[in-house]
Write a protein that binds this ligand. Structure first.
Ligand SMILES: [Zn+2]
Length: 322
């Protein structure tokens, strides 16, 4: 055992003995040195262990970071591929649109050849022997076939026929007639019929439009509308409001584009718009592509059937009634 840690009194301060102690360490012995060295070694080992642990954690974090960077790179690559694919699809869509446009031009040309030229040259007398039409037959025809104007104030701004298209700037058939109309002008059906199309017609250039199918093979189209007030399948009477004019689709100013079709072919709406009970002959004289004579015969037969008492609903009902 070495000298234990002792309290030594200072020689000069014996008067204040109780307050004059100084803590003194004994000089290190061989044992304490060995202990100290052991302690130092243990601490060093402990530190090395901690360092190793930390270094392991750092390694794991670094590998995680590398993994995240790799994933990030993969996502960027995927994103790049998707953008490239989107570009490719967009180009395909544009190519198809151009092809369709060209096809539509070709169809317009074709229609200008086969559509506008009268398919038959019936003698005028055969087309217009309408003198015998009764007032009832006239009213039936005028209500079933598009007649009159589809809106109140009718000023024609572009006629039916070949023209330079104001938006696409190419020569093509203008398959209808353009009527000046400020946005929101009421549009009505020009004949009794049923709605076949109502709403936006993408790709047609017509914007919001309505197509109504009428009797005897006729149909009408009302395009560039701002508002559509009818639904597909709805039955419409002549003169009934169907929507409001606008500037939708391929249109550079508010107007109504109005078409009359007969068996799918576009006719010049002008004689039909001027057709009325007072100007009854107009349409028969000016539109040669319809077999008016055979149509008039059919109408006459219908009127005859309607006139017969046996065909009246009351008569039919009495058969089933007790
Ligand atoms: Zn037009």
């Amino acid at each position: 055992m070495g000298v234990p840690a002792a309290l030594f009194k200072t020689a000069s301060c014996h008067l204040h003995l109780e307050r004059s102690f100084v803590i003194m360490h004994p000089p290190p012995t061989a044992t304490s040195r060995a202990n100290h060295a052991r302690q130092v070694r243990a601490t060093a080992a402990e530190n090395t262990g901690k360092k190793l642990l930390l270094s392991g954690q750092v390694d794991r974090q670094q590998s995680r970071m590398a993994e995240l960077q790799q994933r990030n790179q993969q996502i960027q690559d995927q994103n790049y591929n998707l953008l490239a694919r989107q570009d490719e699809l967009q180009q395909q869509v544009e190519r198809r649109a151009r092809e369709l446009m060209a096809l539509s031009d070709d169809l317009d040309q074709l229609e200008s050849i086969i559509g506008i030229t009268p398919p038959t040259s019936l003698p005028v007398a055969d087309r217009i022997s309408v003198a015998s039409h009764t007032a009832f037959e006239k009213r039936l025809l005028l209500g079933s076939i598009p007649s009159g104007y589809p809106l109140g104030e009718a000023t024609v701004t572009s006629e039916f026929g070949m023209r330079e298209h104001p938006v696409v700037e190419k020569t093509r058939l203008h398959g209808g007639i353009d009527l000046r109309a400020s946005i929101g002008t009421q549009v009505w059906s020009t004949a009794d019929g049923v709605v076949e199309y109502a709403g936006h017609n993408p790709g047609s250039g017509m914007g919001k439009m309505i197509k109504i199918v009428h009797n005897y093979g006729f149909s009408t189209i009302y395009a560039h509308l701002d508002q559509v007030d009818v639904k597909v399948g709805q039955y419409i009477s002549q003169g009934e409001p169907i929507g409001r004019t606008g500037n939708t689709g391929l249109s550079n100013a508010p107007h109504l584009h109005y078409e009359i079709r007969y068996l799918g072919r576009r006719l010049n709406p002008e004689p039909f718009m001027k057709w009325s009970i007072d100007r009854y002959k107009t349409v028969f004289e000016q539109e040669e592509r319809i077999q008016w004579q055979s149509l008039a015969r059919t109408v006459r037969n219908q009127v005859r059937v309607m006139d017969q008492p046996s065909s009246r609903p009351a008569a039919s009902l009495s058969v089933i009634s007790p």
